[in-house]
Design a binder for this molecule. Structure first.
Ligand SMILES: Cc1cc2nc3c(=O)[nH]c(=O)nc-3n(C[C@H](O)[C@H](O)[C@H](O)COP(=O)(O)O)c2cc1C
Length: 250
């Protein structure tokens, strides 16, 4: 029995691409990717509580690049996709039946997870065409500005974005090593043994990956980076911004 398929082959080849060439990405290809991803993405209780905004306008991409902290690839990509949690249609359904929508953290999570799943399906579909993609969490630096640029009404917020374009093959990066599978995959019950030694081994593995790229990294390539990132709170404004968009975090 074969233990790989076209899909798993695409997944095994995954690497985030940030350098693109100018070859156009046709509307037909974008539509095919989005429709495959929509069909192929499960959605909690069939809520379909997400929307995608397809952006090609160079001025808007340029401003979205600024929101994302000056990420050049947001500007240079042909197509930027904004994956949004969207409870607006849920609100309309409740209005249609004269029910008051009882929003909780659960409805926010459902919509956010739906958007994330759709984005992942898009990523795989895009890569299956040979396109390169990079997800853009940096868009959450300024949820309100992103909403303004994307014309999002209340009840919709951009969870993350994605650049898709043809890769500049001369600058395709090597795959970044993943952690050891036993750290991530547990059978029957979670293995809660101390993970320090395994993380040290992964630090060394990742450090040699960065060495091949001549990137001057901390020898604790993973744990040191994580610790540095998280010594101050990340995006502390987020709770307020998401609530302002019309979502509940209670
Ligand atoms: C939700 C999400 C948000 C991300 N945001 C960014 C981003 O803003 N900028 C960026 O360059 N890469 C971003 N990435 C890409 C990750 O940095 C990348 O997936 C990770 O370093 C692993 O590398 P790989 O995908 O090549 O294996 C994001 C990935 C995810 C899943």
């Amino acid at each position: 029995m074969t233990l790989s398929t076209t899909v798993t082959d695409v997944q095994q080849e995954h690497v985030t691409i940030r350098k693109f060439n100018d070859r156009p990405v046709s509307d037909e290809m974008v539509t095919s990717i989005l429709e495959a991803a929509r069909r192929g993405s499960p959605t909690s209780s069939n809520w379909q509580a997400y929307s995608v905004v397809v952006v090609r306008n160079p001025q808007i991409k340029q401003q979205l690049a600024v929101v994302a902290g000056g990420q050049k690839h947001v500007e240079t990509c042909q197509v930027f996709l904004a994956f949004c949690a969207d409870i607006r249609r849920i609100q309309t359904a409740c209005d249609m039946h004269e029910v008051e929508l009882q929003q909780t953290l659960e409805s926010t999570l459902v919509a956010t997870i739906d958007a994330a799943l759709m984005g992942m399906s898009v990523n795989t579909a895009a890569e299956s065409f040979g396109l390169g993609a990079v997800m853009i969490g940096g868009i959450r630096n300024d949820i309100e500005k992103a909403a303004e640029l994307l014309g999002l009404p209340k009840g919709v917020y951009c969870v993350y974005g994605m650049c898709i374009s043809w890769p500049d093959e001369s600058q395709r990066p090597p795959q970044k090593p993943r952690m050891q599978p036993e750290l991530i995959i547990h059978y029957e019950q979670y293995d809660a043994a101390d993970v320090t030694a395994k993380i040290e081994a992964y630090d060394a593995d990742l450090a040699s990956h960065y060495d091949t790229l001549d990137r001057n990294q901390h020898t604790a390539a993973w744990s040191g980076t994580i610790a540095r990132h998280l010594k101050s709170p990340k995006r502390p404004h987020l709770r307020k911004a998401i609530e302002n968009r019309g979502f509940s975090l209670d």
